[in-house]
Design a protein around this ligand. Structure first.
Ligand code: C2G
Length: 452
């Protein structure tokens, strides 16, 4: 029996795939089809796949062409499969010509002409592209704009900012560049908001009232009640209000949450997270501290995310200690936030005015998990035990710091009206609650180290 094998994502199965499978089947007596797992596709850069694995598997099965279907999960698996299944012929479309010649050591390798005029990417782009507006300060918007090109189904059509760098042509192809928020709203379907958090409530409310979905750089608001009101308005107007913390969309972070929930380090007693990005004191003297993000807004949501997603939000007490550069303007250079739960503690250090080790450490009754600095854009973490021989290391590819994955999720939710899952409404509300504590002066002040 002559065995043939081929592989693919087979997203939105189309006649190009079918013709490939039909011709592959004709090359032997038994056809094995490898369908890529969701994770493997993400790792190899295919982040826009629309259908989950089980749907893609089912579609391949329903063609009736595969005698056996397997899941492709890791780089190099093709060699394992060819040996394990005693494959005689490996087949793939001509878009891969040359890429798998190394398999000639194990079996015959055939590249069949690709069917022109159809592709999953084109099918994904067939939907009307979501017109996305970017609102906020120039520097950060460039990063988002560049990441948007990796995401099917959206097109940035407008930018609203108070400062455009005329010498920079990054945004040259964007039709609308304005400092008028209403003008932007009238020309987009949805927006990404990274303005000063003090303005978020009014801007988000205005957008939702116009039925525009919002991806808002955390914190959504500085008050839990306002945050709740906006989520209710979003649901009422069938829009999406989604918190933007790119860490929540990175594979390594998502996997470490699952590992911890599975008990790899036993019962969790402590979660400590630190996020700092040092600016020297003179930097702040030149900045308008009413516009510049203070430490707790710039880093607080990211640093609190693992506290709330690992320990929950039902803490018994909260204490905030801050070193201020300007107390009246509530501009903290450093804040330490401590949470006491029934059976655990959470501790956060955030700073733009001091430097520390930006790591995440989760301590348990059997061992601990450590994510090295900068933990919030990590692709790597370790689980460590008393007996170091049992230590385990984990690596998950992360392109673009997580932004593009976050944008992919946002588009999916706007198009299918999903509820947000990476960051629950409960977590968003609790981030806003801590912000409210901070801005309500429920803070212990650290004497200013800058005076000397
Ligand atoms: N294909 C084709 N004609 C098209 C589109 C796809 O012949 N118009 C072929 C591809 O060349 C591939 C198969 O159909 O052989 C599946 O295509 P995809 O689902 O896009 O899978 P791909 O990303 O090419 O993965 O490890 C995965 C494999 O290496 C191929």
């Amino acid at each position: 029996m002559k065995k043939v094998i081929t592989y693919g994502t087979f997203d939105l199965l189309h006649y190009g795939h079918l013709r490939l499978l039909e011709r592959a089947k004709e090359l032997g007596d038994y056809l094995i089809v490898g369908v890529t797992s969701d994770d493997f596709d993400k790792q190899r850069g295919k982040i826009n796949v629309k259908q989950p694995l089980m749907e893609r598997l089912q579609n391949v099965k329903e063609t009736g062409l595969a005698d056996e279907i397997i899941i492709e999960e890791y780089e190099g698996q093709k060699i394992d499969d060819i040996i394990k299944y005693g494959v005689d012929v490996f087949v793939l479309g001509s878009d891969w010509v040359g890429k798998f010649d190394y398999l000639k050591e194990y079996c015959e390798v055939i590249y069949l002409p690709r069917t022109e005029g159809v592709s999953s990417t084109e099918l994904r782009n067939n939907d009307r592209k979501l017109k996305l507006g970017l609102v906020g300060e120039d520097i950060y918007l460039k990063k988002i704009y560049n990441e948007s090109f990796y995401v099917n189904g959206i097109k940035v059509t407008a930018i609203c900012s108070n400062e455009f760098d005329e010498s920079d042509d990054t945004f040259k192809d964007i039709e609308i560049k304005t400092n008028d928020f209403d003008k932007l709203l009238d020309n987009v379907d949805a927006l990404y908001l990274i303005s000063n958090p003090k303005n978020h409530y009014d801007q988000i409310k205005k957008a939702l009232l116009k039925h525009k979905s919002v991806l808002c750089e955390s914190p959504i608001t500085l008050d839990e009640k306002e945050c709740k009101e906006l989520f209710l308005l979003a649901n009422k107007n069938k829009c999406v209000l989604m918190e933007s913390i790119k860490t929540a969309y990175s594979t390594a972070y998502l996997r470490l949450l699952l590992l911890l929930k599975s008990g790899v380090i036993g019962n969790i007693v402590s979660v400590e997270s630190t996020c700092t990005s040092l600016k020297d004191y003179m930097y702040f003297q030149k900045k308008d501290l009413n516009v510049e993000f203070n430490s707790i807004c710039a880093w607080g949501p990211t640093a609190m995310l693992p506290i709330f997603q690992i320990l929950g939000t039902n803490y018994k007490s909260l204490s905030i200690k801050s070193l201020f550069i300007d107390k009246e303007k509530k501009f903290d250079a450093f804040s330490k936030i401590d949470f006491l739960f029934d059976n655990a503690v959470g501790s956060v250090k955030v700073a733009k005015g001091i430097k520390s080790e930006g790591e995440l450490i989760v301590s348990g009754t059997k061992g601990y998990l450590i994510v090295p600095s900068p933990w919030w854009i990590t692709d790597y973490f370790e689980v460590r035990y008393e007996n170091q021989n049992n230590n385990k290391r984990y690596f998950y590819q992360l392109e673009g710091e997580g932004f593009r994955h976050e944008l992919v999720e946002f588009v999916k939710r706007v198009k299918q009206q999903y509820k947000n899952t990476n960051i629950s409404e409960e977590v968003s509300l609790n981030i806003a609650k801590v912000m409210h504590e901070f801005y309500s002066d429920n803070v212990s002040e650290i004497q200013n180290s800058y005076k000397n």
